[in-house]
Write a protein that binds this ligand. Structure first.
Ligand code: ADP
Length: 319
């Protein structure tokens, strides 16, 4: 293999740049040329493809976002669109592709591999919702962003003796809410993986109040419901002054944490190694701090799950 391509796709995450850098440098180290495919599968289909030298990835390891840009591409969902992508790769002489992205991007990577293009997926998403890897690139940074925000909210919640609902990202996966809630000592954590009754939330708040607790933080994953609606119900049912903060896209940005930079470097390099070993249709991941890999289809067939013991622990620690 003498020429490979790299793209970032779907939602961006901090550390994608560090992963691109690792792919480019690792490939060049092995005398393999690298092409950057801009805007994810959109650039693949339209031929927005450029060579990347060693210097092209200089000074990006600490930057959030992705220098290759990212996009969602409807056309790639069709067989015709994917054929166009394969043709573009042939035109450029690209023999293998590294796809950095979330589960949607991995489904695209799976299809590309089925069409005979050696393809390896690198998990880049803040949601930590990809099976088979303990962590995805960007999760740690997003968590630190959320924790920083909740710490600040806690200061004002304490001063004003208010209840705060903080809505964080996570449509189907509660990892950000669970980890940040545990790290920040939230009184209640609401995640899609665990059903809840508003009555229980209200009882808990009232019990805390009776014990002299003057403020509370409730962390809510967006998949559970809208922060403003949940906040209003809590205020109506408890009578406690309640404020809501929806953190939104700040969770996607920022300089990647040390952990994410190291993870991205290790996973990006492993992806190139696999391509050079003639592998295809795999995703790289980290398990027990060991870099490893598995078939994308096999990994996506598993459902992502949260660590139930962590959820129970958060309940025990916030009595
Ligand atoms: P993420 O990778 O963050 O989960 P998306 O789910 O939006 O993001 O997926 C990103 C892109 O991956 C889509 O816009 C599409 O081009 C491609 N993709 C997603 N699902 C498939 C699929 N089943 N087949 C082919 N391509 C897909």
């Amino acid at each position: 293999m003498k020429k490979i391509g790299v793209l970032t796709s779907g939602g961006d995450s901090p550390g994608m740049n560090a992963a691109i850098r690792a792919v480019v440098r690792k490939a060049i180290y092995h005398d393999v040329e690298v092409y950057g495919i801009k805007y994810g599968y959109y650039g693949l289909v339209t031929g927005d493809i450029e060579p990347m030298g060693i210097g092209s990835v200089g000074d990006i390891i600490h930057r959030g976002g992705t220098m290759l840009n990212t996009a969602r591409c409807e056309e790639f969902l069709t067989p015709e669109g994917r054929e166009k992508g394969v043709e573009m790769l042939k035109e450029h002489g690209i023999e293998g592709v590294v796809v950095i992205g979330g589960d949607g991007s991995f489904r695209g990577a799976e299809k590309l591999a089925e069409l005979g293009v050696p393809t390896i997926g690198v998990p880049g998403t803040i949601d930590n919702d990809i099976p088979f890897t303990d962590y995805t690139i960007g999760f740690d940074t997003a968590l630190n962003t959320v924790i920083d925000a909740i710490d600040k909210i806690r200061d004002t919640a304490t001063s004003h003796e208010r209840t705060y609902v903080v809505e964080v990202m996570g449509r189907d996966a509660g990892d950000i809410a669970l980890w940040s809630g545990l790290a920040d000592g939230a009184e209640t954590i609401l995640i899609p993986e665990a059903s809840y009754e508003m009555e229980q939330v209200v009882d808990r708040l009232k019990r805390g109040n009776e014990r002299g607790k003057k403020h509370s933080i409730i962390v809510l994953a967006e998949g559970v419901g809208s922060g403003p609606e949940v906040g209003q119900r809590i205020q109506d049912e408890t009578g406690f002054e309640t404020r809501v903060t929806v953190l939104g896209h700040i969770q996607r940005g920022g300089s990647p944490s040390a952990y994410d930079r190291v993870l991205a470097s290790r996973l990006g390099a492993k992806a190139v190694e696999l391509l050079l070993d003639g592998e295809s249709g795999h995703m790289v991941g980290i398990q027990n701090n060991q870099v490893t890999y598995a078939g994308i289809s096999e990994a996506l067939a598993q459902a992502h799950s949260i660590d139930k013991t962590m959820y129970e622990l958060s309940n025990q620690l916030s009595i």
